[in-house]
Design a protein around this ligand. Structure first.
Ligand SMILES: [Zn+2]
Ligand SMILES: [Zn+2]
Length: 890
């Protein structure tokens, strides 16, 4: 048999809001509609955001949740405004991270990557990527990101690899990449070079070792201070400041290196700080970047005493060979002591660089690497900021960007890994030829001698592909339709930690290779922290899984919490111990909206009529006025990236003005045949607008209600239009009239609760000198006021009031008097308030005495004294309130 068909099933909302099935259904419908896929040929008004590509190994965490929700909100609003909005997704091949994951997997099988060999290993990583790499993409869909999945890219896909190759060759041709021996940061555990930014400098409780070096052929010695005694085995000089009176005469002499016996020239170099230690420093060009520079200036020998694994090499004296660097340090110090060379050891806190991937102490190491010359690229990137074309939000990050670009050093781009873009450089096998070929297509033979070639074994830094991301993802170097339509992009939303790694380099690459800034606005989002203020991380186990949040509270609740939670650039604290506390407000908001829709929709349906004149009823004028103000605030907030304010205004308008006041005022007219149409058309107009305003932040619940409100299963908010609320709807007269009513209702409710008036007892309210606004409000909405405040009647009598009752002065100047003789037991209430007044006065006396006691004032900490003073003030106020109450009941 089944139930009879309901006349307009689309308008029936289930009693409870249940996001789970609804969200996936709507998301699939959006993708199928093509709303997320702007067509390049038709894109005359583009708006583009490219995703900061998450690592292909990553699972979505709250940091991604915040970052991607911001991008989605911006894109969704522009899409509704009629832009050809593109939110371009993708993932990063993440060189070291991904290689590590697969190496661990192979390690568990008892093998190393070297057992497999390069090709088989890389094939294995691809397998892993194909199997697990899509995880984060699926998770972005779950939180509602309106990405164009047809344009999903991967930094190691064919197109992006071509872009990387083209850029390397161009830079080589312009002499902006070079190969050089250089001191680089080296991670002995990962076996790879690290950029300056990948070596994280942190405090370390180290020591300063003072060592005596004998002067050659003289019965004298000089003292040298170092934090790393093991490197002395590679010393090739001593240095003093050329102006240092104490040592000027030593320049040109030599000293004997303890434990090794090598003769070291003593050089004068302005780098030496006469104030540090004794004013004499040892020079180890192979193991310290500054010493390397001194070595270049004085043409010193380079003795590299360490291997790639940071053990002592064959260039170290026999007893130390093969020792780990820290074992070697202990051995060197012991031998110095035995030999009488050690003067002393002092505590010496200093900073030590650590690998950002594995935390191993970084070793400054001389090696042959590829570099990008940064200075010529940095200049235009700096000018774009100084000229105001590139903007940062919050602005303070502009200074950080500027400072980095003014002090940038060359960028080491080679990595000793297998997973990544292999460096497109081939070396001739014949050392007599020595040709180096750097070409767009793989060469088959040496272009100089026709002999065999070997390709460089290193790969490029992962950032060497991501710095091209805004244009490589659109097809560059080909002049594709996508590139023409969607480049340059608009806003970039990312975390401040990668301002240098990524943002600054993208600006450089954009200007160098396309002649245009890749984006105009850089938004830096804050960090998501736990209830103790710690950054959420997998290793601390304090992360909140966004998938769990979506399952429990819905994607809308999560998005609203993230967006409202913190202004841009400010950290967001979430209670990881109590998800309910963290996400309840967002879920309650979705429920509130749902319940409002359940109340309103049947009214709209009952009286659906062609849109006519705007209703002139006061409450209708007022809600349109509030809507106009809210819409203008929300637009302004969005335009200046104050997304939290947009969320807050949506919330206070929808919850406060619409649900708590407008619906309450409107209820009375729902069944009034004369007013029904006015209410229905106002409800529909105002709801359509606020559903639209909230849609970018909470797309699911708003879309579902909008479709049902429209009575058309095909109606959708996703492609707009964005609500245009006429500014003329702002109505000062209606605003002040309803404000006056709200104040009156509020005042009466306070009286009811202060005097403990039974909820069922209706009271009388007498007004004196009511404002014109209040009278206007009452003339339109008196029945609602009576119902909402439990009032039997409101009168405006002439003359003075008599009898016991509560008296309130309104902001607007009018006065409210509520006679209490008939509604409460005056004697009992007087007694209750009298007792409270006695208690208050006792406490007041004790507090006053305390504050007059010298002993207390002299001994208590100032904040305790301040607290007592505040207490005194509060009690004094309470006492006078109670006295007034007693008088009013007399
Ligand atoms: Zn490492
Ligand atoms: Zn050759």
């Amino acid at each position: 048999m089944g139930e009879p068909p309901s006349p307009q099933p689309a308008l029936e909302l289930p009693p409870r809001y249940d996001p789970s099935g609804l969200e996936s259904r709507l998301y699939a419908a959006w993708v199928a509609s093509g709303a997320f896929h702007p067509v390049a040929r038709e894109a005359d008004r583009p708006y583009v955001i490219v995703i900061p590509p998450p690592n292909v190994t990553a699972a979505l965490h709250m940091g991604h949740g915040l970052n991607n929700t911001i991008q989605d909100v911006l894109t969704r609003r522009r899409r509704m405004q009629g832009y050809d909005a593109l939110y371009l997704p993708g993932t990063d091949h993440a060189g070291i991270a991904t290689q590590n994951v697969v190496e661990r997997q192979i390690g568990a099988e008892g093998h190393s990557r070297f057992d497999l060999g390069r090709d088989a290993f890389v094939a294995r990583v691809w397998e892993w990527v194909e199997e697990y790499g899509g995880r984060i993409v699926e998770q972005l869909k779950v939180i509602g990101c309106s990405c164009d999945w047809e344009r999903n890219r991967f930094t190691l896909d064919e197109g992006l690899s071509r872009a990387v190759r083209e850029v390397f060759v161009r830079l080589y041709e312009r002499d902006l990449v070079y190969r050089g021996r250089y001191i680089i940061n080296w991670c002995p555990r990962c076996g790879t070079a690290l950029s300056n930014e990948e070596a994280e400098h942190r405090d370390h409780a180290g020591h300063l070792y003072r060592i005596r070096y004998a002067l050659t052929g003289a019965d004298a010695s000089i003292e040298v201070a170092t934090t790393r005694p093991e490197t002395m085995l590679g010393d090739t000089a001593l240095a003093v400041h050329p102006e240092d009176e104490r040592y000027r005469d030593l320049i040109g002499l030599t000293a004997i290196l303890p434990l090794v016996g090598r003769e070291l020239p003593i050089v004068g170099d302005e780098y030496v700080d006469p104030e540090f230690g004794s004013g004499v420093v040892k020079v180890t060009p192979a193991h310290d970047p500054n010493d390397f520079e001194i070595g270049l200036r004085h043409d010193l020998d380079i003795v590299d005493v360490m291997t790639d694994e940071a053990t002592m090499s064959d260039r170290a004296p026999e007893p130390y060979r093969g020792l780990d660097r820290f074992e070697a340090r202990a051995r060197v110090v012991a031998d110095l002591e035995t030999g009488g060379f050690l003067v002393g050891i002092e505590d010496h806190p200093h900073t030590v660089g650590r690998c950002y991937r594995c935390d191993t102490v970084v070793e400054p190491r001389l090696s042959l690497q590829w570099f990008v010359r940064m200075a010529p690229l940095a200049r235009p990137a700096l000018e774009a900021y100084l000229g105001g074309e590139l903007r940062f939000h919050p602005e303070r990050y502009g200074k950080v960007y500027q400072n980095w670009l003014e002090n940038t050093r060359d960028w080491v781009i080679s990595r000793q890994l297998w997973w990544g873009h292999r460096i497109p450089v081939w070396y001739c096998r014949d050392p007599k030829c020595g040709e180096i070929a750097v070409t767009r297509e793989d060469p088959v033979a040496c272009p100089a001698c026709g002999g065999e070639l070997d390709q460089d074994t290193d790969v490029l830094d992962t950032w060497f592909s991501s710095w091209l991301w805004p244009f490589s993802t659109l097809g560059w170097p080909e002049a594709t339709e996508d590139l023409k339509a969607f480049y340059p992009t608009d806003a970039l939303v990312t975390a401040p930690e990668i301002l240098f790694f990524w943002v600054a380099r993208m600006v450089m690459a954009g200007l160098e290779f396309t002649g245009e800034l890749p984006f105009t606005d850089v938004l830096l989002n804050g960090t998501v922290r736990d209830h103790l203020g710690r950054r959420m991380s997998k290793s601390l186990g304090n992360g909140i899984d966004p998938m769990e949040v979506v399952e429990m509270y819905g994607a809308d609740a999560m998005r609203f919490t993230l967006i409202r939670g913190a202004p841009l650039g400010t950290d967001l604290q979430l209670n990881d111990q109590d998800l309910e506390e963290a996400f309840r407000p967002g879920r309650n908001f979705a429920n509130k909206i749902w319940n409002a829709a359940r109340l309103a929709l049947p009214r709209v349906k009952a009286t659906r009529s062609p849109a006519g004149e705007l209703s002139g009823a006061l409450a209708d004028r007022w809600i349109r006025s509030r809507l106009a103000r809210a819409a203008s605030d929300i637009d302004a907030a969005f335009e200046s990236f104050r997304l939290h304010e947009a969320a807050e205004t949506c919330h206070s308008f929808i919850w406060g003005d619409f649900c708590d006041w407008y619906l309450e005022l409107a209820k009375r007219r729902f069944d009034d045949p004369g007013a029904g149409d006015d209410v229905a058309s106002t409800l529909e107009t105002v709801m359509r607008a606020w559903l639209g305003l909230l849609h970018p932040i909470m797309p699911f619940v708003t879309e579902e209600i909008f479709t049902r409100l429209s009575g058309d299963p095909g109606a959708s908010l996703v492609a707009g239009p964005w609500p245009e609320v006429p500014g003329e709807w702002v109505d000062g007269e209606a605003d002040s009239a309803i404000d006056a009513l709200r104040e009156l209702i509020g005042a009466v409710r306070v009286v009811r609760s202060e005097y403990r008036i039974e909820p069922r007892s209706l009271i009388e309210v007498r007004l004196a000198a009511p404002s014109a606004a209040l009278l206007l409000g009452l003339s339109a909405e008196e029945p609602s006021v009576l119902r909402l405040a439990g009032i039997a009647r409101i009168t405006v009598p002439n003359g003075a009031e008599g009898g016991p009752g509560a008296h309130v002065v309104l902001r607007s100047g009018g006065e409210v008097f509520v006679p209490l003789g008939d509604v409460i037991d005056l004697a009992r209430e007087r007694q209750r308030i009298g007792e409270e007044a006695t208690r208050t006065s006792d406490l007041l006396g004790r507090t006053r005495a305390k504050l007059e006691s010298r002993g207390f004032l002299d001994n208590a900490p100032p904040e305790v004294v301040d607290r007592e003073r505040e207490k005194l003030e509060a009690l004094t106020e309470q006492q006078s309130r109670l006295e007034a109450k007693l008088r009013s009941l007399a």
